[in-house]
Design a protein around this ligand. Structure first.
Ligand code: NAD
Length: 253
C-alpha cells in the first residue's frame, strides 16, 4: 500500500515501529544524499559522471587503479565533511531504545557509525570507503598513507607486506561479497518483525534480496524511497517521500 501523503505515512510508520520489537533497517545511498553525498542513480548521481571501475579492471590495470584512486581523492572533501542526517539519527535513536539490534547497509560512508551505532552492529554489505585494504592479505591502510604514496610515486600503491594492490575497503562490481556480512545480514533479515528498506533503488544484487527475504520470513516490510522500486508491490507500506522528512519525527534523545 502506498501512503497517500507524508503525514499519513509517518503516522502509519509510527504505529508499525511501536508495534515491533525487532526492527532491521536496510539502508542505501538515498539516506546520505541530505548529507551531501550523491547517490548513484539519481540525476547528477555518481554514475551520470563516471562509469564504475570493476574489480577485474582494478586488478588487471595500473591505469584503472590510478584512476580509481584519483576519483576517490576527488571525493574526499565530500566524505570527510559529511555528518549523519535525520535518517541516520532516527535509526540511531531506535538502536539506543533497543528496538534495532543492528543496521544492514549498502553504504560505504561510515555515517551509521558516526551516528552512534557500534561498529559491530553496522553490517556493511559493500564495505567502507573511509580506509583502504590490501586485496591480497587484507592489511588495512589509512587513506593518508595511500595518498602520500600515490603523490610520491605517481602510481597506485601496493601492499608493503605482500605487494598486492591496495584498494578502498569497498566491494566493487565483480568482487566477492563479504561472507561474514552476508551471513549476519541473512540471519537478521530472517529474524525480525519489521524490515525497513530506506533509500535504496533495490537494483543491486544480492543486497536487494534482503527485503524480500525478510518479507518471506514473516516480517512486515516498509519501503521509504522517493522513486518506485521493484519490490513496492510486496511492501506493507511504501512511503514515496524524502527520507529526512519521513524519519525526522523519529529522531529522539
Ligand atoms: P542507488 O543510488 O541505486 O539508489 C538510491 C535511491 O535513493 C534512489 O532510488 C533515489 O531516488 C533515492 N533517494 C535519493 N535521495 C533520497 C531522499 N532524500 N529521500 C528519498 N529517497 C532518496 O543506491 P543503492 O540502492 O544504495 O545502491 C547502489 C550502491 O551505491 C550501493 O552499493 C552503495 O555501495 C553505493 N553508494 C553508496 C553511497 C554512500 O555510501 N553514501 C553513495 C553512492 C553510492
Amino acid at each position: 500500500m502506498i501512503a497517500t501523503d507524508l503525514r499519513d505515512g509517518v503516522e502509519q510508520l509510527g504505529e508499525m515501529i511501536a508495534g515491533a520489537s525487532r526492527i532491521i533497517p536496510f539502508t542505501g545511498a538515498g539516506i546520505s544524499t541530505e548529507c551531501g553525498i550523491p547517490d548513484f542513480r539519481s540525476p547528477g548521481g555518481l554514475w551520470t559522471r563516471n562509469r564504475p571501475i570493476s574489480f577485474d579492471e582494478f586488478v588487471a590495470s595500473p591505469d584503472a587503479r590510478a584512476e580509481s584512486w584519483r576519483r576517490r581523492f576527488a571525493m574526499e572533501p565530500t566524505f570527510a565533511q559529511a555528518r549523519p542526517g535525520r535518517g541516520h539519527r532516527a535509526l540511531a535513536s531506535l538502536y539506543r531504545a533497543g528496538k534495532v539490534p543492528a543496521i544492514i547497509t549498502q553504504n560505504i560512508d561510515n555515517l551509521h557509525q558516526l551516528s552512534g551505532v557500534a561498529d559491530d552492529d553496522v553490517i556493511e554489505l559493500h564495505g567502507n570507503t573511509t580506509y583502504a585494504r590490501c586485496i591480497g592479505c587484507a592489511r588495512s591502510y589509512d587513506l593518508a598513507w595511500v595518498r602520500q604514496s600515490f603523490e610520491a610515486s605517481g602510481a597506485a600503491p601496493d601492499c608493503t607486506d605482500c605487494d598486492a594492490p591496495v584498494k578502498t575497503a569497498t566491494i566493487s562490481f565483480g568482487q566477492a561479497m563479504p561472507e561474514d556480512a552476508m551471513s549476519r545480514a541473512t540471519e537478521l533479515a530472517q529474524r525480525c518483525d519489521l524490515f525497513m528498506s530506506i533509500g535504496s533503488s533495490l537494483v543491486v544484487w544480492p543486497a536487494a534480496g534482503f527485503p524480500m527475504m525478510a518479507k518471506n520470513c514473516g516480517a512486515k516490510l516498509v519501503i521509504i524511497n522517493n522513486e518506485p522500486t521493484e519490490q513496492d508491490d510486496i511492501a506493507d507500506i511504501v512511503i514515496r517521500h524524502d527520507i529526512g522528512e519521513t524519519l525526522g519525527p523519529f529522531v529522539g534523545n
